[in-house]
Design a protein. Sequence first.
Length: 474
Amino acid sequence: MVPDDQGGDCLMRADLLLDAVDGLDEALAAVDGFDAALVGGLLRPQPGQAEGLAGLADAVAGSPLASRVAEAADKTAAGAGDEGHFVALAAARTALLGSVHDALVTRVEEAVGRPRGEAAAAPAAGTEQAANLRLAARGWLCDLARAGWRGIDHELVGGAAPVVSAMLPDPASRRPATLLDGFAAELAASCPGATLERVPVRRWADLWSRALLLTLPGVDPEPVVAEATGRLLPLGVDVQEHATAVQAQVHAVFEPADGGTPRLVRASVSAPKPDTVVGAGLWQLLRPHMSLLAAVSEGRSMDLDAMPLTAEGDLVWDDARARAGEPADAFATARVALPTAAAFPVAPLERHPARLAVPVLLEGYGVEEEDGRVVLRTAGGHLGVDTDRLPVAGPLTPEFVASSVACLGLLRWDAGEFLLQPLAVERLVRKKAVAVHAGAWAGGTTDKAGARAEKAATDAVTVLRERAGKLLRK
């Protein structure tokens, strides 16, 4: 517990989040050096690019990858890198970011004082399907690496289209195919690379290395799925919006019916969307697919019966296996159940700093504004608030955060520091605590602003459906 200036208590050690993590800067510097080499391409690396390759090899010199990565760095620096060498470099980069992720998770566990759950047994590798298509995908990704981000053009990027089209019908290949499709679309929108004012260096290197590893046999096995029976206590909703898609991810505590250890779980629903549907209208696209959103909006628990649950804590939601339960206040859940809830382990390929999203509760803090952002300050330290992640599809605003006395949110790590993404806050109104949730409109709203946005979205969707119907009839 870290007391604040006013004598309250904060349910985490914010001071621990300010301390440097040993080796983190060095690991990220090695990743940045390799990412910079990808910008100019690996066909004829320049001296600066060779340094980045060597730095990556040095960073994993004490690991089982050492010899293969050292050879890959030498060959690639000489312009003789092949598919095997590029795969080794992608693996080294992924391993380094995985080590950063693990170090940050350890630090967060120290700060929040919660246990980590046991890892599930690794699944046996299934029969590899469509190996020729994955080989073709790997070849395209290697051509990208040789050209570099500055060297991409429509002809090169377009080479992914036939591979993606052939992979998508195969359920076993759909995950890498979807990643390739999105990556290629993003690159196509940025062509030609030579004219780009700014290259998203880390992002494209993340997508490239992940896609390359997913083309390997056995890297993407069938997920381990168990059955979850018990009570689900929602904490809040994280809304992620794209121009053509939207996803809502509910973070919750699951209490097994057999009295086992409570676990931190997630349940996600996504849907394609037209760019005219924004704000509270997004919920219209998501509600029909997951009854949990109504429970979140109403402040209720849900009773699950044999709901599929992956080894990483993701519920594969099925409305037929869930029914609405008793009222369950998210802040009461955070105060009573969250401190003992264990997190699920993260699969090797999913270990990345950007994936960090740990539910936490802060209370008794002071609020300040620093460099244009909200900061929650305690006697032991401070924590910046990432108000840019507040969804417009809800009533929670930066002003409400700034006037709060308690904040339930997701602890994330971005740009070298820990930040808090609010899911809900409590404010004092006439000396009474009033909660404001980012996902309050998930199941519907009587709020005037939310109702107007819902009506506008309904009108937009109706018009689009009429137009689509006319086109289909022609």
